[in-house]
Design a protein around this ligand. Structure first.
Ligand SMILES: Cc1ncc(COP(=O)(O)O)c(C=O)c1O
Length: 400
């Protein structure tokens, strides 16, 4: 007799295990636009955990562009870009992004996750080596997992360890044909920056490619928000793939890569996520292009998010909070154990502030934190009130 199976019973069992171990996501519902003052689960709160760093999701020029393009071209692209859905607005967006990044070519994807998962596995195979920072984003990890290349990890931001891995790699027989180094630009849990110039230098010594995921850096770092390559005054001959997303500072949705013309041609011919999935709606592509135009013509947004970030982090540090290694508008408020992070998030939520506790397994067991994210439209009053509430909660929980 065949084994008795229940097709879906284990799904519930697994979910119950997640609940028992407090590892399940409890989804909150955003009932208004993503703005500093918004309604979440029926409660008016100040948003402190959106990726909408420049508040472009509600910028009138971005919204207007989306509406007008939707009226003109319809709600959807009608097909994968590889077949019949490659609209003029997609091509214009690709060219606009390349111009903004001051690079030869860009290719836009449906999401940043799809860019990483589609392109990374194609960059190598048997006889190649992929080297990755231990704290890289899950979409890089998954992209690397899909390849047949050998894999190696270097310690977080540790260029000496990277050099060690690369020197070891040179002993491999037969020699590796291609080596790629993958790193986040801004690490999303800590808000710290990859040592990109040093990584590029090591890569050059070994003839390796450099792939940086700048999802949290663009719109925030570099000249006019051009991202981490611009921030470090590097170019796309030193950093071969600059990957990013339109879902964070650009305020819309979509992923992208930037580099040389060969990279673009290779990427759209080889990335299965690009080839085998629908193109983004024309309204989305046009809104992404409008968001780039806003960055080109209104540089004050980038300046303002930094002013807010610097103001908030100084006030928190003055109170004695440990803000980790933040170098960007991602400011971790370190709490130690998971329970403290959850209790602090709960405390500030009850006082009208929405920020996420980041706990194990997203970070190490003793490195739980609240991840605060600053945006352009936060007012001084909102930030002062946030600091006051963190102070009250931090004292209650013995954090300061
Ligand atoms: C570092 C990093 N890379 C990639 C992504 C994926 O981007 P997208 O939202 O466009 O899929 C994210 C989003 O969380 C991210 O934080």
């Amino acid at each position: 007799m065949s084994v008795k199976r229940h097709p879906t019973g284990y799904l519930g069992e697994e979910y119950q295990r997640l609940v028992r171990e407090s590892l399940n996501w409890e989804l909150k519902e955003l009932q208004t636009a993503s703005e500093p003052v918004c309604t979440v689960d029926g409660r008016e709160v100040i948003m402190l955990c959106a990726n909408n760093y420049l508040n472009l999701s509600t910028h009138p020029k971005v919204v207007k562009a989306m509406l007008e393009a939707t009226e003109k071209y319809g709600a959807g692209a009608g097909s994968d870009r590889s077949i019949a859905g490659n609209m003029t607005v997609h091509e214009e967006l690709d060219r606009h992004l390349a111009k903004f990044k001051r690079a030869p070519a860009s290719l836009t994807y449906q999401t940043g996750f799809m860019a990483n998962e589609g392109l990374i596995p194609q960059l190598g195979g048997r006889g190649d080596l992929f080297v990755s920072d231990e704290l890289n984003h899950g979409s890089i990890i998954d992209g690397v997992r899909l390849t047949h290349a050998d894999r190696a990890i270097f310690k977080h931001k540790d260029v000496e360890d990277l050099a060690r891995v690369m020197n070891e790699a040179e002993k491999h027989k037969p020699p590796y044909k291609h080596i790629w180094i993958f790193t986040d630009g801004v690490f999303s849990m800590d808000g710290d920056l990859a040592p990109l110039p040093e990584i590029a230098k090591i890569a050059e010594e070994h003839g390796a490619g450099v792939y940086v995921d700048d999802a949290h850096g663009e719109g925030v770092l570099g000249d006019g928000g051009r991202g981490i390559v611009s921030h470090f005054h590097l170019d796309h001959k030193q950093v071969h793939v600059e990957m990013g997303t339109f879902s964070k500072a650009f305020g819309v949705v979509g992923g992208h890569i930037t580099g040389c013309e060969d990279l673009r041609n290779f990427a759209y011919n080889k990335s299965r996520t690009w080839l085998l999935s629908g193109g983004v709606p024309p309204g989305v592509a046009t809104a992404c292009s409008a968001a780039i135009s806003v960055l080109e013509s209104e540089p004050h947004h980038v300046k303002k998010v930094w002013e807010n970030r610097n103001y908030f982090i100084k006030a928190m540090q003055d109170l004695g909070f440990d803000t980790g290694n933040s170098e960007t508008p991602i400011v971790p408020v370190m709490c130690g154990e998971s329970k403290k992070a959850k209790d602090l998030a709960d405390f500030i939520w009850k006082k009208g502030f929405f920020a996420l506790p980041i706990v194990y397994p997203m970070v190490a067991r003793d490195k739980a934190r609240i991840r605060a994210q600053l945006c352009t439209k936060h007012t001084r009053e909102q930030l002062d009130k946030a600091v006051e509430v963190f102070e009250e909660g931090g004292k209650k929980l013995g954090l300061i």
